[in-house]
Ligand binder design. Structure first.
Ligand code: AMP
Length: 518
């Protein structure tokens, strides 16, 4: 993988990048920067969120490092369609050029001409502008564009939508023919193609897959939880995942689940299968033929859950994927964009879940910086009982907690596991149990006469204990269920204790004696 240090950037730029916390160049950066540094024109087909701003800003700063600005003759020009985008480029520039002495001016509406004129008069290395405002300055005779060595057109397709193409053509004509042009657009509409054919010279064309960053058609959801034990984090994540899948129900027609490591891909696929879910793994260590079979199966719907590593899933084009699950938070922020872009394709709706623990905080922050929005947090589905199951990967926490808890384990101290389970509010387990029942293997047989959680939810505990437990008891015993439990007898209440003693009434005597008096 390319490193920033491989890219022949100015050491001062490298320092600023490392201070910004970037570890590796994004694909558009890795591809565009070398061409730009060679002085070639670049045609970049990339969207916001791919790191394209740095892909032109970093080489610009490096190339402008030598030489000085002259009054009213900016040495480079960046055109952006809106004030916000122009301001964003200016912010990026400030970050990446902080160890250099390069100067910049921002020409956008809403800022007084006077301030901007002053800066330009002094001479700037980088002029960042919206096209209309730039031409206003030019027409007032305050600006000369003949010193522009590098010209950037950012978001050209939006310029087209906003009717700026004639302005762009005019600005191109006002700059020297010898300038270097870096031209970025998310799409190549015919009009854009025409402009690039006219004004770019043998451009290097670099393209990154169209990304659905925070596309409205993808509903992004973040579920966070704190594992009850560090060494149980992965296992508990699987419990949370199954709960989400169960809660999504039929809306989740199929899904790609991403793990950061191949070993985890295998473990997760096995675990899902063990829980009755139709899953298969795909990663680089598997035979090509097997990978193809798995992919075909996922495409034709015979496999519902594809558990994948980033590399294996890159470039996968499966149009109808309802869900993406980030079982692991990706450690490279741009992988998040690649991953969630597997759903919501071709205008369809998609859902992307990310499951995170406190250990993922750093990676989440990087993702949120990249997509420029916080990931919407959602509640964990109801009824997840973390750490309730044993160390083995059994579905007990979800499928049995409501039905197989024995009164003995509830009170017993012999098993920490059971203690934890019994500590859970009982009512919570029930919806989960019901939701998961079709996906989990059959639970071990519950104690014969244990009442189900549902009816017990509102009843006081003592009710269950005093309830007659064996089958075939006389109905006269049933009405004892509202009485307090017999203390000291554990779960088993001997029959004789529940028996009523009646003495046949003697004429004139008190009608009934108390049991035991007989
Ligand atoms: P852009 O596509 O230029 O709007 O960039 C999107 C976000 O990605 C911005 O918040 C940048 O700060 C961030 N970014 C750019 N390059 C990198 C990189 N190599 N590593 C991590 N984040 C980056």
């Amino acid at each position: 993988m390319t490193k920033f240090s491989d890219l022949a950037l100015d050491p001062r730029v490298l320092q600023a990048i490392s201070e910004a916390g970037y570890e590796t160049p994004t694909p558009i950066q890795a591809q565009a920067i070398p061409h730009a540094l060679e002085g070639k024109d670049v045609l970049g087909i990339a969207q916001t969120g791919t790191g394209k701003t740095a892909s032109f800003t970093l080489p610009m700063i490096t190339l402008l490092g030598k030489g000085r600005a002259r009054a009213r003759m900016p040495r480079s020009l960046v055109l952006a369609p809106t004030r916000e985008l122009a301001a964003q480029v200016a912010e990026n520039f400030d970050v990446y050029a902080k160890h250099t002495k390069l100067t910049k001016a921002l020409l956008i509406g809403g800022v007084s001409f006077g301030e901007q004129d002053k800066l330009i008069d002094r001479g700037v290395d980088v002029l960042i502008a919206t096209p209309g405002r730039l031409l206003d300055h030019f027409e007032r005779g305050k600006l000369l564009l003949t010193g522009v060595q590098i010209m950037v057109v950012d978001e050209a397709d939006r310029m087209l939508d906003m009717g700026f193409i004639p302005d762009i053509e005019r600005i191109f004509q006002l700059t020297p023919f010898t300038r270097q042009t870096l031209f970025f657009s998310a799409t190549m509409a015919p009009e854009i193609e025409r402009i690039t054919n006219t004004f770019l010279h043998a451009p290097a064309r670099v393209e990154v897959a169209r990304q659905a960053t925070t596309g409205e058609n993808i509903s992004q959801r973040l579920v966070t939880f704190t594992p009850t034990r560090k060494d149980m984090a992965a296992k508990q994540k699987r419990e949370v995942l199954r709960a989400i899948i169960a809660a999504e129900g039929e809306a989740c027609t199929n899904a790609i689940l991403f793990c950061n490591r191949k070993t985890e891909v295998d473990i997760l696929a096995k675990s899902l299968k063990a829980h009755g879910l139709n899953a298969a793994p795909i990663h680089g260590d598997l035979e090509q033929s097997q990978r193809m079979r798995t992919l075909d199966g996922f495409r034709d719907g015979s496999i519902r859950f594809l558990v994948a590593s980033d590399v294996a899933a890159r470039g996968l084009d499966i149009p109808a994927v309802s869900h993406v699950f980030n079982f692991d938070v990706p450690s490279h922020a741009e992988d998040y964009v690649h991953r969630i872009g597997r759903t919501g394709r071709a205008g369809r709706k998609g859902t992307a879940y990310t499951i995170a623990t406190p250990a993922d905080e750093k990676y989440l922050a990087a993702i949120e910086a990249l997509v420029k929005a916080p990931l919407p947090r959602v509640e964990m589905p109801e009824g997840v009982v973390l750490g309730a199951a044993g160390d083995e990967d059994e579905p007990r926490a979800s499928s049995r907690s409501g039905s197989s808890r024995s009164p003995r384990s509830r009170g017993g101290r012999d098993s920490g596991r059971d203690d934890r389970r019994s500590a859970e509010p009982r009512g919570e387990a029930q919806p989960r149990a019901a939701a998961a029942s079709d996906e989990a293997p059959a639970p071990a047989p519950a104690p014969r006469t244990e009442p189900r959680a549902e009816p017990r939810r509102d009843a006081p505990r003592t009710d269950q204990r005093s309830e007659p437990r064996g089958e075939g008891r006389g109905s006269q015993h049933r009405d004892r269920r509202d009485e307090p439990a017999v203390v000291g007898m554990g779960d088993h209440v001997p029959d004789f204790i529940l028996r009523e003693f009646r003495i046949p009434a003697r004429p004139g005597a008190a009608s009934e004696t108390e049991p035991g008096e007989a």
